[in-house]
Write a protein that binds this ligand. Sequence first.
Ligand code: ADP
Ligand code: MG
Length: 323
Amino acid sequence: QITIDKIAAGEVIERPASIVKELVENAIDAGSTSVTVEIKDGGISFIRIRDNGCGIPKEEVKSAFLRHSTSKIETVEDLSHIASLGFRGEALSSIAAVTRTEVITKTKDSDLGTKYVIEGGKEVSLEETGAPDGTTFLVHQLFYNVPARRKFLKTPMTEAGHVQDLLMHLALSHPEVALQFLNNGQEKLRTSGNGKLKDVIYQIYGRDVAANLIELDYEKGGLRITGFLGKPVITRGNRNFENFFVNGRYVKSGMISKALEDAYRDFVMQHKFPFAVLHFHLNGEEVDINVHPTKMELRFQKQQEVYGTVFEAVHRTLLEPEL
Ligand code: ADP
Ligand code: MG
């Protein structure tokens, strides 16, 4: 089982950001309104994630770390939904297989919490402990037992950058969650959790961007697009300003980028890229889920139609009078 977990971990966990992604998504699934992420050494030696969610009942802590212990899949629609959001009950077992992990967790209706320590997939201890409501994961020494994979990690600075990018995207897709990120004790990101996307944009990108936004809300053929565009006065020399989310999940799509940039063509200089945070809401079955879960590049079944809708939505919004 441990060997299988180590192999599965190779699929799920590439780098510290993969761990942070799984743990923060779990925290959000657990109904947390506040999540704090701390890393040291790019997350290679230390990741701590604290949430105020529902916690894990004592009798379920061990099984949460078993592969496929959680079966949320009940229908075919569920399957496409889950495949688009992530893994099915593999994250904790995979993380535990390649790190030294400690979890302290408590549910509201329990007086005492539980502390569980697991190293390289092997249980070290399970005991009762005093703890606040919610869950704290401590993940140490990524790949300490898989030197071959450790070699592929980049510098702490690069790995920290991946964690920060990921948390930025999670913040933009969850304005209702107060997210805080500390790197080596320094606060790098803090959102209020007040539910307003515009405020999250301000908290991430600052005043210059927040003061130059145009709201977008457009619907056509079962596709709804919401979010904010930057006025043509704010541009960048690369695509890092473009943020797309499909049904709540951060994605990359060359097609959406192209539709967006084509719609801006008459408004910005060549080789300049617009600021955008766009959320796409559509039936999950219209998105091609047959891609590796850690890859974010996605395809729509109706690529051409989606291109047209994005172009139209953006172009019309840019032509609105207040501009
Ligand atoms: P999945 O999220 O696909 O169910 P995971 O391995 O990520 O699989 O998590 C296993 C289970 O552990 C979850 O289904 C959930 O019940 C529990 N769990 C994990 N993290 C948390 C958390 N932060 N708060 C509450 N429960 C959690
Ligand atoms: Mg999960």
